[in-house]
Design a protein. Structure first.
Length: 326
């Protein structure tokens, strides 16, 4: 089932504006010095052959939904890190200012987008400021909601699991110009998986996240990409209570049809009642199971087989009633 969630967040803001005016003047002077001859359209490389290292990572705050009928997955938040040699300074010369917050449209950014995008929305949700550190490191942590295409395997529905991926790469820079790497944690180690934001993560009611690895790929055309995988497992409790258990009980009633004598009128009545109940369950399954012809769930095969059996039982009862009258 596809769900759309909307929410609003209200942040209390308090500003303390009593700081000495010299601090803002120093920051203005530093900003002017850094961007005096800066061109945001030029790669931050010392020479043409040098690669610009871009570290990419993702923080998952919510798995919004897996739209089985349109085969897309929705999730949130990503970040990248770039080293700019032109945007570095000595903090001791500028009142020990170690970080600046710059609008993202004033610095060079690699055109990294979600390749397997499903809704045509390539921009992030909010263009937050870029963090520029004194050593030239630039971090950009924009919140985003991404919808990626995802193939669905339905054979073991509702006890199935899905492997969905999000592929990020640059549209115009190949591996000789931009080197995509994994993001680093606080200890300087590469992060090879999607990070779960424990403070803000909201658990999905239908899907449980089993694994979340990340892999770097180099294509034959020399374009690199970072692929984030989400291996998720369906929570089957809803389907067990509302579909599987009633279906099993109805099938048990179908077995007792064969214990009635051939001439009993109740035999046909019970067979038709069971057939109608199974038809209702088939309609429910058709509404819940993803629309695909690549595979048929085992539970659908089971209900279909039972319906065929009950249909043949009804025909048998009709023939028996016909020949008894003769």
């Amino acid at each position: 089932m596809v769900c759309f969630l909307s929410f609003s967040l209200h942040y209390p803001i308090s500003l303390h504006l009593c700081r000495h005016a010299g601090a803002s003047e120093t920051e203005r002077r530093l900003h002017q010095k850094l961007f005096e001859n800066y061109n945001m359209k030029v790669r931050p490389a010392h020479y043409w052959e040098e690669k610009v290292t871009v570290r990419v990572g993702m923080t998952l705050s919510q798995l919004v939904s897996l739209g089985c009928f349109r085969t897309w997955m929705t999730c949130c938040n990503w970040w990248n890190n770039i080293q700019y040699y032109r945007l570095s300074w000595n903090p001791a010369e500028y009142d020990h200012i170690n970080v600046l917050r710059i609008p993202p449209n004033k610095v060079w950014r690699p055109d990294i987008y979600l390749i397997n995008n499903n809704d045509g929305q390539f921009d992030v949700a909010l263009y937050v400021n870029v963090l520029v550190y004194s050593d030239g490191t630039v971090n950009w942590l924009p919140p985003a909601i991404y919808r990626s295409s995802c193939s669905i395997e339905v054979a073991y529905f509702p006890f199935d699991w899905q492997n969905c991926s999000m592929i990020f790469r640059s549209y115009t820079y190949d591996s000789s110009e931009v080197d995509l790497q994994y993001f680093l944690d606080d200890d300087g180690k590469e992060i090879h998986e999607i990070v779960i934001d424990e403070n803000a993560f909201t658990e999905n009611g239908e899907w449980a996240i089993c694994h979340k690895p990340t892999r770097k790929n180099v294509k034959e055309d020399l374009y690199e990409d970072i692929t984030f995988y989400l291996i998720i497992e369906r929570k089957p409790l809803f389907y067990i209570i509302n579909i599987i258990v009633p279906c099993i009980l109805t099938s048990v009633l179908a077995i007792f049809v064969f214990y009635l004598p051939p001439g009993a009128g109740e035999k046909m009545t019970l067979s038709i009642s069971v057939l109608i109940a199974l038809t209702v369950f088939m309609l429910l399954l058709a509404d819940k199971v993803p629309e695909t012809s690549l595979g048929i769930p085992i539970i659908v095969n089971y209900v279909m087989f039972t319906m065929i059996l009950m249909s043949s039982r009804v025909v048998n009862c009709l023939l028996a009633a016909h020949f008894v009258k003769l």
